[in-house]
Design a protein around this ligand. Structure first.
Ligand code: CAO
Length: 416
């Protein structure tokens, strides 16, 4: 079956996580993604946090599946010549170098556009162009702090806290993928390429939209009723850290289950969805609360929400997180066990859906990765192992018209 992005050739100048997450997804959907790496070294994640000596680290293999690897020193004249040819025959160039690196290499947007007017040049930077921090290099947690996630995450009595979810990296990559697909659609109509730029700060902020909502509510009314600080604590003039409170109109919290004293993940997330109040009361054996004016509306419950959670925890104390959810699901209550990476890795449903997949790697053998979170009715996403450094250099150069002799000479001079 032909894949939707088949025929789209992408020069993948990305490294670490933000860029590779984007190009990996495009490769899954059929694009020919040529990862261009420095000879001898490659993407720094090949050697970061290795679990097997001398073998590409999981950090690399889990972000670079379905790609081809071309080694090329783009700072040499011959390397620039090869890159120039590649630009002429490709559709998209994706990069997440530090600010100005592509320009310093001699490939400004203007120059690339001259070489190939249909080319889409997609970039990730820490901050957007013209921003007063535009010169900064940025990693994941830096972006989470710059984008408003850290100041609003954690508990009121603790420091700003970063999330384990890659809001700065992979999230930015997903934004970039949307930008690239949009630019490809525009090119279908106009024949022209364009520059697509996504900043990590903006991408984090985009996911913190409801916190910006809360800032404006706070400015107007001086409190935020769904935060644990309300009504017993106090508010300053900035959105506080809300702990595990539900971010929407539904109060929620992480609640202890049987075994929490020894198992740090023996918890469920419990949501008190307004219209589910009666089923909640029935589920936890508190029928008398259903029609009690002191409990029957969300507003009436607000000042005793933590007392209510304490009662639910008492109900949970002889149930494991899985037993609890199995009961609560029958009452249509939005909840989930707090799942560990180990539980997720072995989850039969995730294996069956292809969200957790086992892939083969030439040197490492089998490893687990996270497959496509997007499911299609007419596309089966087939996840392949990541390429070894320079694994496809010769075949790519041959397809560009270089002879065996020329390729051997390029290897000799360490251009590839
Ligand atoms: N051949 C020759 N040179 C190459 C090359 C190749 N194939 N590929 C890269 N290079 C060179 C670049 O030209 C650049 O050289 P100069 O700085 O001399 O111009 C250098 O390698 C790469 O620089 P860099 O700034 O990208 O790398 P770094 O390790 O210093 O910084 C990072 C890493 C991630 C902080 C920076 O790339 C960055 O801020 N990127 C944008 C934001 C981003 O994506 N961050 C997320 C990363 S995931 O957490």
């Amino acid at each position: 079956m032909s894949k939707p992005l088949e025929g789209i050739k992408i020069i993948d100048f990305t490294h670490v996580q933000a860029g590779p997450a984007c190009t990996q997804m495009l490769a899954w959907f059929g694009a020919d993604v040529i990862k261009v790496e420095r000879p001898g070294a490659g993407d720094v994640t090949r050697s970061q946090l290795r679990d097997i000596p001398g073998v590409d680290a999981l950090y690399f293999t889990m972000l670079n599946s379905n790609k081809r690897s071309l080694t090329l020193d783009t700072k040499t004249a011959e390397g620039k010549e090869i890159l120039t040819k590649l630009i002429k025959e490709s559709d998209v160039l994706v990069e997440n170098f530090g600010p100005g690196a592509l320009d310093r290499m001699g490939f400004t947007w203007e120059h690339i556009r001259e070489l190939n007017p249909g080319m889409i040049v997609a970039s990730v930077k820490g901050f957007s162009e013209g921003h007063h921090y535009e010169d900064l290099k940025v990693y994941e947690n830096v972006a989470q702090c710059a984008g408003g996630a850290a100041s609003t995450t954690g508990f009121d009595d603790g420091p700003p806290t970063v999330s384990a979810a890659a809001l700065g990296d992979s999230n930015t990559g997903m934004h970039l993928a949307i930008g690239i697909l949009t630019a490809l659609r525009a090119r279908d109509k106009t024949g022209k390429g364009q520059k697509v730029a996504v900043s990590m700060q903006d991408s984090v902020l985009n996911l913190c939209r409801v916190k910006m909502r809360d800032q404006q509510r706070l400015d107007r009314v001086g409190y935020l009723e769904e935060y644990p600080q309300y009504p017993h604590g106090s508010f300053s003039d900035v959105v506080p850290r809300g702990g595990n409170a539900g971010g929407g109109g539904q109060p929620g919290w992480v609640l202890k289950c049987k075994g929490w004293e020894t198992d740090p993940n023996a918890y469920i997330y419990f949501t008190i969805q307004g219209h589910a109040w009666a089923p909640i009361c029935r589920a936890i054996g508190k029928e008398e609360w259903i029609d009690d004016p002191a409990y029957m509306t969300a507003q009436a419950r607000q000042d005793k929400i933590f007392d209510i959670f304490a009662v639910i925890e008492d109900w949970l104390k002889d149930k494991t997180k899985f037993e609890a959810v199995d009961i609560l699901r029958k009452f249509d209550i939005p909840c989930s066990p707090v799942l560990t990476m180990k539980e997720l890795a072995n989850d039969p449903s995730l294996r069956a859906s292809g969200t957790i997949v086992e892939v083969d790697h030439k040197e490492r053998g089998k490893y687990l990765t996270v497959g496509s979170p997007i499911k299609f009715s007419d596309l089966k996403v087939d996840i392949k192992g990541s390429p070894l450094l320079g694994e496809h250099t010769d075949e790519i150069l041959e397809s560009m018209g270089y002879s065996q002799q020329q390729i051997a000479a390029l290897h000799e001079r360490r251009v590839v």
